[in-house]
Unconditional design. Structure first.
Length: 237
């Protein structure tokens, strides 16, 4: 019976030293001298595709009449786009709505129901930028009376961004070496690398509303900016 307290104390001491030994390597790592630098780099690339959002808005006295008129116009629009070479997989309905229309018929009276409005919008992926202006003109000619946004796309953006990643690492290393030299040290092995992810910076560009466009639609794709941002930690020697 008298040995139990002694045995318990011995076990506790062994457990303490075991935990201390296990924690020592990480504590030693924490004591290492390091330098951490965040840097970025960009690359300019030309887009190779575009996404257009446009459609048809139809007004009528009844919801049925508005829907019939709208459905006919949208079907005509889709058939025309397919005829010019737009594949079915590159056409997608983005918005459909039926809403009542109210107007103040009498200046001092409440708004009254005067009809219905049907809106049907389609996303069109144009894979050949050389046909972008032609596609816009065709959509209007086929009855599209509402154009929302156009987004330029870089299909292989992830691969093209590798150049910016390499440049970002080089920028980080240059700055790390500068800091280390100023502190009387040298840059050693890489401890950690992380990349900050962000949305594509060439996002949607508002283009136009309504149907006030000429027979030939001028479009300039320009260039998009791909940016890589990294944070790198090195050991110091």
């Amino acid at each position: 019976m008298n040995q139990n307290p002694l045995r318990a104390a011995l076990y506790a001491a062994l457990a303490f030293f075991a935990c201390f030994a296990a924690a020592s390597p990480s504590q030693a790592d924490d004591m290492k001298r390091t330098v951490t630098v965040s840097a970025s780099a960009t690359v300019q690339v030309a887009p190779d595709a575009a996404n257009i959002t446009g459609g048809v808005v139809s007004d009528a006295d009844t919801a049925r009449a508005a829907l019939d008129a709208n459905s006919g116009s949208v079907s005509n629009l889709i058939d025309g786009l397919k005829a010019m070479g737009i594949k079915e997989k590159d056409l997608q309905t983005s918005n459909f709505s039926i809403q009542p229309r109210y107007e103040n018929v009498q200046p001092e009276g409440p708004p009254q129901l005067v009809g219905y409005r049907v809106q049907n919008s389609i996303n069109v992926l144009v894979r050949d930028l050389g046909k972008l202006g032609e596609t816009l003109d065709l959509m209007v000619s086929l009855g599209a009376n509402q154009m929302h946004d156009m987004t330029f796309i870089v299909s292989n953006a992830e691969t093209l961004k590798d150049e910016a990643r390499r440049a970002a690492i080089a920028n980080a290393l240059r700055r790390a070496e500068l800091y280390a030299a100023a502190a009387g040290a040298e840059v050693g092995e890489v401890v950690r690398i992380s990349e900050e992810t962000q949305g594509f910076e060439g996002g949607p560009r508002p283009m136009f509303r309504g149907a006030a466009m000429t027979a030939s639609v001028p479009v300039e794709a320009g260039q998009e900016t791909l940016e890589a941002r990294v944070t790198v930690t090195w050991e110091l020697k």
